[in-house]
Design a binder for this molecule. Sequence first.
Ligand SMILES: Cc1cc2nc3c(=O)[nH]c(=O)nc-3n(C[C@H](O)[C@H](O)[C@H](O)COP(=O)(O)OP(=O)(O)OC[C@H]3O[C@@H](n4cnc5c(N)ncnc54)[C@H](O)[C@@H]3O)c2cc1C
Length: 395
Amino acid sequence: MYPEITREHRELISKVREFGEEHFDYQNVSRWRRDAGLPDEVCQGFANLDFGKFNILDRGEDGSYDFFAQVLVLEELARVSASTLPFPNDFLNLQIMGEFATTAQFERVYDHYRKDGRLMFALAISEPHGGSDTMNMHTNVTSERGTIIMNGQKTYVNNGEFAPYLLVAAIDKDAPRGKYPALSFWLVPTNLEGISVYPIRKIGQSMLPFSDVIFDGVKLDESFRLTGKMGGFPQLFHMFELGRVFSCATALGLAQSAMEDAAKYASERSAFGSSVSDFQSIRQMLVDMEVKLQNMRNCVYRAALTVDRKETDKDSRLLVALMKRYVPATATEVASDALQIFGGRGYTYNERVASVWKDCRGYQIAEGTDQIMVHIAAPLILDKYTASIEEKTKG
Ligand SMILES: Cc1cc2nc3c(=O)[nH]c(=O)nc-3n(C[C@H](O)[C@H](O)[C@H](O)COP(=O)(O)OP(=O)(O)OC[C@H]3O[C@@H](n4cnc5c(N)ncnc54)[C@H](O)[C@@H]3O)c2cc1C
């Protein structure tokens, strides 16, 4: 159905499915949701999987990953586990590190990840004053009598309580401001004096523990600074686009799992002397859910392939924003309908759909809200259509 999905991709998906089926039964997933994380052996097992010819965790010779294959892996993991796992964040965080660090800085983090299956750092970007408005970041570094000092506050730091290091985005107050504020990344040991970490209790995506982190006069060493490519905010915004595709691949996999559970339950459950799946209103829900799944998959694959082929910046920015506008909200609708098909049972922890619904809902906010996607996509759409009108009138 998708010519881009080759035999090798299908083999990759079955290998990931096998891994998922071995580990992610509902009992395990419920326990790991309560524990807010996966056990060591599962993380290590994933890092040790043989991904064949695909660069999933390691970079290819040209320094890049097989992005489309990564997306297929994340979709399948979400489908088989019916849960948001740490892997989408790990994929993205490794790529952010790779983008901003020198090879030596990156290799240190990468070697640790390959050995442990866990990243040694937690990424700290969002702030109480700068969620959607990332450039309104207040966390900063400045030099005081020869010592570098960091002040500020981060929020939604995934793994902030547990990772030995934080990868902190900060405004460099001493560097001249160009078109954008001067952004630098710092790999900071979490146990430095002046750093306080407070857990955040969120309602879904429970395997990902989040925290607020406060930096109060933290003394840094210049060696903590990432000194690879120094592209600043434009480079970071490009990385956000990769994260959006990973989030949508996960939301798609989650919605697919809800669909599969709901279709099975509708066939097994009876009411008024007939199978629930015989009621026209249930059938209509199942049909609409399937239409939405196909549309979501088209959006995700198209955006992923465009990013993978490094097609023009504007095309891929628009496709990614349209995908992120559509997929999480639609995945939430599919999960909600699945929950409805389960009736009262769907509103309990006896079934996976309730937590799938909450996880999908989170993606309407994470990695750029539904509204921010309008903010990004609308000017690109206007530009696209007014440019084509101008060309026609010229012709
Ligand atoms: C499940 C989940 C996971 C997350 N994971 C991470 C993570 O791993 N790393 C990380 O750094 N952050 C993470 N976040 C934080 C997330 O990136 C921010 O919550 C998000 O960007 C929104 O920022 P905010 O919460 O400050 O809301 P605000 O920016 O304050 O927005 C408030 C409201 O105003 C709307 N709004 C804002 N600006 C505009 C505009 N220009 N046009 C129209 N409407 C607008 C928003 O859509 C929203 O409805 C996560 C959040 C969630 C819920």
